[in-house]
Design a protein around this ligand. Structure first.
Ligand code: SAH
Length: 346
């Protein structure tokens, strides 16, 4: 591997030994990259020139900020980043009273095909490297000068479809020597790739797993999410139970409400029945209309009633507070608009 920002401390140590350097250099470089958020070797003032020259084959890459949109309502900031190969990704900074939270992308594009989601319209361009996931957080922290305390992997892409890079990202993000963000302040959201959920559970991490459910049964789920053709809801919920058994972490279910599709009283009661006995929490999100799709968001009243109906059956629900509604295209829309613009300029 030549991507130095994706290397673990142990791998960096090995690299130092292989180029004839002392192991302590590894710690210095690691701290420059993951604590001081350096974007080049030039900044690494305590490294000898000779070492910097040796490292020419292991370049430091950094994301380039192409655009930042700032909400006038709540200071939410939406970033468009350019990867070193020209691909574009999006990330969002949300400011809460408990700290700054960054929502990152795990892939450029996505191949999961969820019907209401803009990220998937152009398909998957490629997986992000661990360094590219980390750098979304690093560049935002450097841009604002404010510490990021929470990370959610809920931007474009399916994190469990980029599993090995995701795990490496989690370790570098949460272990000592880097930003050292607590695993408890990390959430990873999946559309439900069941075998990977079992693998992740066995890692026994203390992060929150969010699972995109969006429907109370297989029939409705298949209309919204192609992944439902591969794994049934029962298989998915079994994997959620296993995750809780192994980690002790309560599952968060994501449920986007689409008017007339999944937001009725019957839907709420059926969902509550399915989730009974599972230690979980349901996040209700009125669907964000995407230009290319005809889905309509549920009325405020329908969202509130849905929550009340869940709670009557003993299932906790929260209506997701909307952030940055004035700059919000739904996930993936900023990237998409940018790509359309550059396409038409060719
Ligand atoms: N692939 C992962 C994470 C990315 S999407 C997953 O499926 O969970 C993050 C969340 O936003 C998911 O719950 C997804 O279903 C939801 N989402 C995507 N587009 C949306 C839209 N237009 N309106 C509301 N929620 C949306």
């Amino acid at each position: 591997m030549t991507d130095i920002k994706s290397m673990t401390p142990a791998e960096l140590k090995e690299l130092m030994l292989s180029v004839g350097e002392k192991p302590f250099r590894a710690r210095q470089i690691y701290e420059w990259l993951h604590q001081h958020l350096a974007v080049s070797y030039d900044e690494m003032s305590n490294l000898p020139k000779s070492l910097k020259q040796k490292l020419a084959d292991w370049p430091v890459t950094a994301l380039e900020i192409m655009d930042v949109q700032v909400s006038k309502i709540d200071s939410t900031r939406k970033y468009l980043f350019r990867l070193s190969d020209g691909n574009m990704i999006e990330s969002v900074l949300m400011k809460y009273h408990h700290g700054n939270s960054v929502c990152i992308s795990s892939q450029a594009g996505c191949r999961m095909g969820c019907r209401f989601c803009a990220s998937t319209i152009g398909g998957l361009a490629r997986n992000l490297l661990p360094s590219e996931m980390l750098d979304q957080i690093y560049r935002i922290q450097a841009d604002t000068g404010e510490r990021v305390s929470n990370v959610v992997v809920m931007g474009s892409g399916e994190p469990l479809d980029n599993y090995d890079n995701l795990l490496r990202f989690i370790h570098i993000l949460t272990e000592e020597g880097g930003l050292h963000i607590s695993q408890r302040n990390l959430t990873v959201s999946t559309c439900g790739i069941v075998p990977r959920m079992y693998e992740l559970a066995d890692e026994k991490l203390q992060m929150t797993l969010a699972v995109s459910l969006h429907a109370p049964n297989d029939k409705k789920r298949k209309q919204l999410m192609p992944i439902a053709n591969k794994y049934s809801m029962e298989e998915l919920l079994d994997a959620c139970r296993y995750y809780f058994e192994k980690t002790g972490r309560r599952i968060t279910f994501e449920y986007s409400l689409v008017a007339g599709v999944n937001d009725s009283r019957e839907d709420a009661l059926e969902l509550a029945g399915r989730l009974k006995g599972l230690n979980c929490h349901v996040n209700l999100i009125p669907v964000n209309p995407v230009r290319e799709r005809s889905f309509v968001r549920s009325a405020r009243k329908a969202v509130e009633n849905f929550k009340i109906n869940l709670e009557k059956c003993g299932i906790n629900g929260t209506i997701r507070r909307e952030m940055g509604s004035d700059i919000d295209g739904a996930c993936g829309q900023l990237r998409k608009r940018y790509m359309e613009k550059t396409e038409s300029e060719k």
